[in-house]
Ligand binder design. Structure first.
Ligand code: GLN
Length: 245
C-alpha cells in the first residue's frame, strides 16, 4: 500500500481534500495513485491539496471535495461494502455533486448488487444503477477506447483484471466505447459508468496517471473552476507508449 502518512497534517479551509476511500482494503494495482495524481495536478496549478486516507477504522466523512476508490478482491470488497453502508458520508457528498471515481471492484460495490465468483449475491450501496455477475472468463490485459463523456476528447487507456461484468440500468451511462479489451462485459463493447458526478471504470493503471484529461475533469468538478492545461512531456510519453500497445 502506498504510504500516505503525514499527508493530512496541514488541512485548512481552502485546501482541496481528496478522500482516498478504504485504501486498506481497496487499492489493487496501485489505484491509490489516482489520489496522488489529483493532488499533484492540483498543486501544479497552485491549488493546496491533500489526500485524506479513510480506512476501515474511520467513519467516511461527507466533507471531502472528491473521492477515489480502488479495486479489490472479493473478500476485501465485502468489508468495504459493509463499511460504506454503515457510514454513508460519500453517498451524501455525491448527492450534493461531489465527484467520485470508482475503479473495478468499486463499480461493483457502488451498484445495486454484485454476485461473487462463488455465486453469492451481495447488496451494494446503489450509487450506480447497475448489477454485476461473474463472466465466463476473467478479463485480463490492456483496455483502451474512446470517451463517451461530454468534456473528454482523448482516448482512454488502462489495465483490466476482473471476473465480474456489469450491466447498466437506464439511469447509468457508459464512460467509453471499448476498442481493445473487455470493460463492462463480453459483447457490450463499453467500459465504465457515469451517473451524475459519480464515475466508474474497470481501468487500473492507475487510471488517472494514464488519463490526465480524466483527472482534470474530476478536478474541475471538485474545484468548480476551469483549469489551465499542464505541459508534462513524461505523461504524454507514457500515454503514447501505452496506446501503441
Ligand atoms: N473482485 C472483482 C472481480 O474480479 C474485482 C477485481 C478488481 O478490482 N481487480 O470482478
Amino acid at each position: 500500500m502506498i504510504d500516505f502518512s503525514g499527508s493530512t497534517t496541514r488541512i485548512s479551509e481552502s485546501t482541496l481534500v481528496i478522500g482516498l476511500v478504504l485504501p486498506d482494503v481497496m487499492g489493487t494495482y496501485g489505484d491509490g495513485g489516482n489520489a496522488l495524481v489529483l493532488r499533484q495536478r492540483a498543486r501544479l496549478r497552485g491549488i493546496e491539496a491533500e489526500v485524506l486516507p479513510i480506512t476501515l477504522a474511520d467513519p467516511v466523512p461527507a466533507s471531502c471535495d472528491v473521492y477515489t476508490l480502488g479495486g479489490a478482491e472479493d473478500y476485501a470488497q465485502r468489508l468495504a461494502t459493509r463499511h460504506l453502508t454503515k457510514h454513508p458520508g460519500m453517498q451524501e457528498a455525491a448527492a450534493k455533486g461531489a465527484p467520485v471515481l470508482a475503479i473495478c471492484a468499486a463499480i461493483q460495490v457502488l451498484g445495486h448488487w454484485y454476485e461473487t465468483s462463488e455465486g453469492e449475491r451481495v447488496d451494494g450501496i446503489s450509487m450506480f444503477d447497475l448489477t454485476t455477475t461473474p463472466q465466463q472468463t476473467r478479463s485480463i490485459g490492456e483496455i483502451a477506447g474512446e470517451p463517451l463523456l461530454d468534456g473528454l476528447t482523448q482516448p482512454l487507456t488502462g489495465f483490466e483484471n476482473h471476473r465480474g461484468g456489469s450491466a447498466l440500468g437506464a439511469a447509468a451511462a457508459p464512460l467509453m466505447r471499448v476498442v481493445r479489451g473487455t470493460g463492462n462485459g463480453a459483447g457490450v463493447a463499453v467500459d465504465g459508468v457515469v451517473q451524475g458526478s459519480v464515475l466508474g471504470t474497470y481501468m487500473h493503471g492507475p487510471a488517472l496517471a494514464r488519463n490526465p484529461e480524466l483527472a482534470d475533469y474530476l478536478l474541475e468538478k471538485a474545484t468548480g473552476r476551469a483549469l489551465e492545461p499542464l505541459d508534462l512531456p513524461d505523461v504524454d510519453l507514457l500515454r503514447r507508449e501505452r496506446l501503441r500497445r
